[in-house]
Write a protein that binds this ligand. Structure first.
Ligand code: IPE
Ligand code: IPE
Ligand code: MG
Length: 267
């Protein structure tokens, strides 16, 4: 008897553990989410639990999980993966931690280029990237430029990102256009508003995953998650592997998305 995920298993490039294979085989390709967003949380707790005094060890360990998630989403031929890497509020953390996160980001951006290109992944960013250091901006701009021609998965890094900031920036732009007479406020639609957000072409996320068990959205994609399915796992981000992603997808595939409508057939 054939299993739904056989076509997906035939596509994988990175070796699967037997448990991952078993999960993957249950995934129904036709029901896959097109866009997954992840709040990568729990690095500090992971470091503490692993006996490190420095939270930064958790951020370092989280890089492997990022690589794993990008590989896995690419293999599944998803359209987009949005990763919450640094929020506007995260600037308020101790300077030492912010500096370490920025160093890790620069290293990731530089070191991942060959693999992103091998896997046909295009990098984009969402957020106030103008607030990043020049060195960070250069690395980001370079990786985006050298992956710009890739046609597979879009990896959208949310950097210096805030959902409210994103909305305010769109509102400012709309107000400016209205004052200039190029936009009629009365005929503003949801589509026209969305078009002024950071990356509307990626579409709203179908599935939002948050690691480390917190049931909150922490200012992430406030507009875009209006009808997104939410999945919270207690797994800390540095422990997040392909099996956890497949479990999240399987859970998502069982859900009935109603978008406010009634789906039952009329009796
Ligand atoms: C998530 O891990 C990474 C960032 C927010 C940059 P945390 O650093 O928030 O880890 P916890 O939540 O304190 O465990
Ligand atoms: C959300 O995690 C931000 C990122 C994952 C980048 P936080 O750890 O900053 O969020 P709170 O403080 O738990 O809400
Ligand atoms: Mg946290």
């Amino acid at each position: 008897m054939s299993l739904p995920g056989e076509v997906l298993a035939a596509r994988v490039k990175y070796p699967l553990t037997p448990q991952e294979r078993e999960l993957l085989l249950q995934i129904v390709p036709e029901r896959l989410p097109r866009h997954i967003a992840i709040i990568m949380d729990g690095n500090g707790r992971w470091a503490r639990q692993a006996g490190f005094r420095d939270r930064i060890r958790g951020h370092e360990a989280g890089i492997d999980s990022v690589r794993t998630a990008v590989r896995a989403c690419g293999e599944l031929h998803l359209r987009a993966l949005t990763l919450y890497a640094f929020s506007v509020e995260n600037w308020q953390r101790p300077k030492k931690e912010v500096d370490a996160l920025m160093r890790l980001l620069i290293r990731f951006l530089n070191e991942e280029i060959p693999e992103l290109n091998e896997n046909n992944v295009r990098l984009v960013a969402s957020g106030r990237t103008q607030d990043l250091s020049d060195e960070c901006r250069r690395a980001l701009d370079n990786t985006m430029a050298v992956t710009a021609g890739n046609t597979g998965l879009v990896l959208n890094l949310a950097l210096s990102y805030g959902g409210r900031t994103e909305i305010i920036e769109a509102v400012r732009q709309i107000a400016t256009e209205a004052l200039a007479g190029t936009l009629d406020p009365v005929s503003l639609t949801e589509e026209a508003f969305s078009a002024r957000l950071y990356h509307p072409e990626l579409g709203d996320p179908d599935l939002l995953v948050r690691t480390s068990g917190e049931f909150r959205v922490s200012n992430f994609l406030l507009w875009q998650i209006a009808y997104t399915e939410i999945y919270v796992t207690p797994t800390l981000w540095p422990d997040f592997r392909r099996a956890h992603l497949y479990e999240a997808i399987l859970d998502y595939e069982k859900r009935e998305r109603r978008f406010g409508k009634v789906l039952e057939k009329p009796s």
